[in-house]
Design a protein around this ligand. Structure first.
Ligand SMILES: Nc1nc2c(ncn2[C@@H]2O[C@H](COP(=O)(O)OP(=O)(O)OP(=O)(O)O)[C@@H](O)[C@H]2O)c(=O)[nH]1
Length: 631
């Protein structure tokens, strides 16, 4: 048996068969009528309309056969579709291609077969119209032609299906395209709705923003003016009305220059506007500028303005925000004036005034610093105080800086090197706070107290010294005596007070005059000062009375007697004063104190005085101890 081979266009052929959509569909009356007609015309047992599928042949119409399909491998039609004309098998039993075919050897026992191929409209062989009989048979030309005609009718039926199928497919495609298009349209429509909604929202927002902008412009305290390229006013808010005195109706459409620019400045304004329009290069745009403006009543005043330009609907507009700065200018002038006044005052006070910040840098110094120390304000402003002041002066000042930086006022006196030698300066440091109560620094006020200091020293000296001899006076003696007695009590060392009174001084005065007496006293004082040790203090008590304190005596009596004796000798050695021959002597009373008893300076002085009188009574020019050396 020969299996039918596959046609060269098998793939396309099967596609054409599938396109019919006829496989496994119910029988069609038109084809059944045709197969029945063929059975009668050709007087054969079986007539089939077969369609050759991939692995089977399926019968769309059949008469004389019960099965609806058989395998393609054993089919006769599989062979028939390989040729353009009808396949005629007169006796299959004798034909080597089919003799052992099960359809021949078994039921339905095919003997005769005539299969006319049927083609699709595109020329693919789809199957056959075939005649089958169990007796050998031949077809003459007329019968062959009839078979072909009937096959053409089957083709017509199938082409109808093909067309219907194509139409259906076209319709489906069309419907799909319509659906797709509809969907696209719906999507587009939805997008359009969304865009419209968005646009409406934007428009509402824009409108709200515009209203907000206008409300802001109307309520701002700054004047807002808008002009076009010709300099004509197109915008004029409420503040512009109150600032310049022109109402919105009066200003609209007018040349700005004629409304608010003082006549002498109009030409410059016009030139600036023309240059801007021509070059697009604004000079003042985006900057804060101070200029003069005038009101409707002709009065001029300073304004501050900021300019910007916008392009709107094909034309350029220039916007300006302006505000009256008359008050600010007046305040600035007031501040400058008051600064100048303060500078004038601070530069002319006989004092140094400075301001120092919390980092201890000079922030301000008055002219006093230059006058006193030669430090120019612009040189030391910003410098660290430690780098400017003399190290010793800074060391004195530093604790007071710390105190004032803790918020306490501080005062001190310091000796400073100046252009005119060393001077005493009384410094007052005053803390400075900002309105938030944060310390910013401190003020320094320095007053020259050199003269006062000298006077004080002088007074101090005079209060404790005798003006004639320069020796410590009675007050100084009493203080020294108290201190010496206290030291004696602490150390346990003995001390002595020597009370000296010149002998016959009255006679000296009387014979040579009071001035000579003074010279004698001065000479006596010099001798006294030279005779005692540095630590032993000599003093003039009054008139011709002097004292000497001797401290740390190891052998009180002997030591003090030695000193008294030495003094007597020294006084006796004075033979002339100012060329006048003299003889001087003194009586000395000695009071000892061993530091172990309570005693006062007065008691010790009285004791020494008494002892001095003893010496006088004993004949003068000598010394005497008080009592038993215990006052
Ligand atoms: N030149 C001068 N005389 C003074 C000064 N103070 C006191 N006298 C005089 O010193 C004299 C003191 O005299 P007295 O000590 O009382 O007497 P005296 O003559 O020294 O006698 P005796 O002390 O007993 O030796 C008085 O005449 C005073 O007027 C003074 O500052 N200058």
């Amino acid at each position: 048996m020969h299996k039918p081979r596959l046609p060269a266009n098998e793939h396309d052929r099967l596609a054409a068969l599938q396109r019919l959509g006829v496989l496994d569909t119910p029988p069609a009356a038109e084809l059944d009528r045709l197969t029945r007609l063929a059975q009668r015309v050709f007087k054969v047992k079986t007539v089939l309309v077969t369609l050759v599928d991939a692995h089977r042949q399926w019968f769309k119409s059949r008469v004389g056969l019960d099965v609806s399909e058989t395998a393609r491998d054993i089919s006769f039609c599989g062979h028939a579709i390989l040729q353009p004309l009808a396949l005629l098998v007169a006796d299959a039993r004798q034909d080597p291609r089919f003799a052992d075919n099960p359809l021949v050897t078994a039921a339905p026992h095919i003997v005769f077969y005539a299969g006319q191929p049927i083609f699709s409209s595109a020329g693919h062989a789809l199957g056959t119209l075939c005649l089958i009989d169990d007796q050998p048979r031949q077809l003459d030309d007329g019968e062959l032609q009839t078979l072909q005609d009937l096959a053409r009718m089957v083709e017509q039926y199938l082409w109808g299906l093909e067309a219907a199928h194509d139409l259906q497919q076209l319709q489906a495609e069309l419907e799909q395209r319509v659906q797709q298009r509809t969907q696209e349209l719906e999507t587009t429509l939805a997008q359009l709705h969304q865009e419209i909604a968005q646009r409406n929202a934007y428009e509402s927002a824009l409108l709200a923003e515009k209203e907000h902008f206008h409300a802001t412009l109307e309520n701002t305290t700054d004047a807002f003016i808008e002009i076009d390229e010709q300099g004509l006013v197109v915008g004029w808010n409420h503040a512009a009305e109150t600032t310049f005195g022109w109402s919105r109706e009066e200003a609209g459409g007018q040349l700005l220059a004629e409304l608010i620019i003082p006549p002498p400045l109009r030409a410059a304004h016009h030139a600036g506007l023309c240059r801007f329009v021509r070059t697009g290069q604004p000079r003042m745009l985006g900057q804060r500028v101070e200029v003069s403006a005038c009101r409707k009543d002709g009065s001029t005043f300073p304004i501050e303005l900021t300019l910007s330009a916008i392009h709107s609907q094909g034309r350029m507009l220039i916007n300006a925000f302006l505000h009256d700065i008359s008050q600010r200018k007046a305040d600035e002038a007031e501040i400058l004036d008051s600064r100048a006044r303060i500078k004038m005052i601070t530069d002319n006070v006989p004092a140094i005034i400075a301001y120092i910040d919390t980092g201890l840098h000079y922030r301000f110094v008055n002219l006093g610093y230059e006058k006193w120390f030669g430090w120019k304000a612009d040189t030391i402003t910003g410098s660290k105080v430690a780098d400017v002041l003399d190290a010793a002066v800074y060391a004195v000042a530093r604790p007071h800086f710390d105190k004032v930086l803790r918020g306490e006022q501080s005062e001190y006196e310091v000796l400073m090197p100046s252009l005119h030698g060393k001077i005493w300066v009384h410094i007052t440091l005053i803390p400075h706070y900002n309105p938030q109560r944060q310390q910013q620094g401190f003020y320094v006020l320095g007053v020259d107290i050199t003269e006062r200091k000298q006077l004080q020293d002088q007074l101090q000296f005079e209060a404790y010294h005798d003006s004639l001899t320069g020796l410590p006076n009675r007050r100084a003696l009493m203080q020294s005596l108290r201190e010496a007695m206290a030291r004696s009590r602490r150390s346990g060392n003995s001390m002595a007070l020597l009370f000296l009174d010149l002998d016959g001084f009255k006679a000296l005065n009387d014979s040579h005059g009071h001035d000579f007496g003074d010279m004698a006293l001065q000479r006596f004082a010099r001798e006294l000062r030279g005779a005692v040790r540095e630590t032993d203090s000599a003093a003039r008590l009054a008139g011709d009375e002097f004292t000497v304190i001797l401290e740390n005596l190891v052998q009180p009596q002997q030591d003090s007697a030695l000193v008294a004796d030495k003094l007597l000798q020294q006084i006796a050695a004075i033979h002339s004063i100012a060329g006048v021959a003299v003889t001087l002597s003194s009586s000395i009373g000695i009071a000892l104190y061993d530091g172990h008893h309570d005693s006062s300076a007065n008691t010790l002085l009285n004791a020494a005085d008494k002892a001095m009188y003893q010496a006088k009574r004993a004949g003068k020019n000598g010394f005497a101890f008080y009592g038993d050396a215990t006052p």
